[in-house]
Design a protein around this ligand. Structure first.
Ligand code: ZN
Length: 221
């Protein structure tokens, strides 16, 4: 299956994508991971990308598209893939269409994991992380045993800048403005499957698997 994952930041797309990819035995293609791979291995694409990232500027679409295109051309994508985090804009979607056309393939489905903005803000802004062991807490859903202190290593837990309310609201604005138009863009050509994100990760996984008709697939490890 060639699946694209869409959804606002904070709905748990990436973690679900990992499980779907495992169930389908296809690669999980996350642009973040591919960038990290190219940069860590100092490939030509990685060196180019690093120049933008180090300056704190956005990697231009052309380069992102080149990196994704390069990944989709590899052998392990022949039987399908899960595309996660790309495209984010109509312009990127137009580029992706060209890549897929060159490869003579089409997307089968778009999985949209939904959640209202208020719940996303609550979910993300309640997150706390231990800077020592990276264990993740939530002030309401998964608080540490003792207020403000990591259960595992007694370090004071912190809120990452990414999880601050104003940062989340800004990211949601960008999502609504730039990414939501993709649903209209694909409405005539790719089947859309909507699944509402549940507070419980396992419940969302079950809903996603049912929606993708993977209910009989067992996950090994
Ligand atoms: Zn800790």
């Amino acid at each position: 299956m060639r699946l694209m994952l869409l959804g606002a930041p904070g709905v748990g797309k990436g973690s679900q994508a990992t499980l779907i990819a495992k169930a389908l035995s296809v690669p999980h293609i996350s642009t973040g991971d591919i960038f990290r791979y190219h940069i860590a291995n100092s490939t030509d694409l990685g060196i180019k990308a690093k120049q933008y990232i180090e300056k704190g500027s956005l990697v231009p679409d052309e380069l992102t598209v080149e990196i994704v295109g390069d990944r989709l051309k590899q052998d392990d994508c022949k039987n399908g893939f899960i595309l996660d985090g790309f495209p984010r804009t109509i312009q990127q979607a137009v580029f992706l269409d060209e890549i897929l056309k060159d490869l003579n393939i089409q997307l089968d489905e778009i999985l949209n994991i939904t959640l209202d903005d208020r719940s996303i803000v609550n979910r993300l802004s309640g997150r706390r992380i231990c800077p020592q062991c990276n264990f993740v807490y939530h002030i309401e859903d998964k608080p540490p045993k003792y207020d403000g202190v990591c259960d595992k290593c007694n370090t004071a837990i912190i809120q990452r800048d990414d999880d601050k309310e104003e940062t989340i609201i800004k990211r949601l604005e960008v999502y609504h403005k730039q990414t939501v138009p993709l649903f209209e863009y694909y409405s005539d050509t790719v089947k859309l499957v909507n699944v509402e994100s549940n507070k419980l990760f396992e419940v969302t996984t079950k809903l996603v698997f049912n929606a993708l008709r993977l209910e009989n697939v067992t996950l090994n490890g």
